[in-house]
Write a protein that binds this ligand. Structure first.
Ligand SMILES: [Zn+2]
Length: 241
């Protein structure tokens, strides 16, 4: 796990006699959940609320995610907010500029699971720089494994909110993200074409169907990731319920 090297506290003698006023205490708030749970909507609501209260805000998203727009965070239902699209968080301070960074009160991070330097960035921003960091992202991938380093932030956080979606099959609360294809890479960026939120029973049933279909498709040498395969799998999943 990453360590926050520059957050080592100064000892008491370093603080005594310092001409710098004590910094405002930072905060870290984490919003997690499956896809289609309203995580980005919740993040934007909180960032807007901070801005309306007169605080200086900035939003960051991963440059890997170009689904809806390059320079905006956009919810699944089309609400937009301008943002910095970056390959990593370390470059944020340089990109935004030292003066602008100093003036920032609140930093929002969308799809935080894509940033490998998340831990160090959040640690420094909140502990050393007095920023409020509000981040949203997937806690688990399509196999329900920890996604990226997002869960490493939990011990640093002031609050953690896990949102739920609606199961696309039965309408009950959905906690998991189900991938409708047989593709196996962890990062496969897509929307409702590739993923759906599901409850526990439908996750378990769906995984069984997808795994069976994958074996059959592989044995007949059908190429992966094709649209026809998607709809076949989706139909198979839904019929199995
Ligand atoms: Zn269900």
């Amino acid at each position: 796990m990453a360590s926050c090297k520059s957050s080592i506290a100064l000892n008491s003698t370093d603080r005594v006699g310092s001409s710098h006023p004590p910094r405002v205490s930072g905060e870290i708030h984490v919003i997690i959940g499956p896809m289609f749970a309203g995580k980005t909507t919740s993040l934007l609501r909180r960032i807007r609320s901070e801005r309306n209260n007169g605080r200086n805000v900035a939003m960051i998203k991963s440059s890997k995610d170009t689904r809806y727009a390059i320079d905006s965070v956009v919810t699944h239902d089309g609400v937009k907010f301008p943002c910095w699209a970056l390959p990593d968080l370390t470059s944020f301070r340089h990109n935004v500029g030292e003066d602008a960074y100093e003036k920032l009160d609140v930093i929002g991070i969308d799809e935080a699971q894509f940033f490998e330097d998340l831990y160090d960035f959040c640690c420094n921003a909140a502990d050393n720089d007095g920023k409020t960091v509000i981040l949203s992202g997937l806690d688990g991938d399509y196999l329900r494994r920890s996604f990226g380093s997002l869960l490493d932030i939990i011990p640093l956080a002031d609050t953690v909110t896990k949102l739920t979606a609606r199961c696309e099959v039965c309408g009950k609360k959905a906690f998991f993200t189900f991938r409708k294809t047989a593709a196996t890479q962890t990062e496969l960026i897509g929307g409702a074409d590739l993923y759906m939120p599901v409850c526990r029973p439908h996750y378990v049933n769906g995984q069984t169907v997808v795994e069976t279909s994958r074996i059959v498709l592989e044995s007949t040498n059908i190429v992966h990731h094709q649209t026809t395969q998607l709809s076949c799998l989706e139909a198979a999943v839904l019929q199995s319920q």
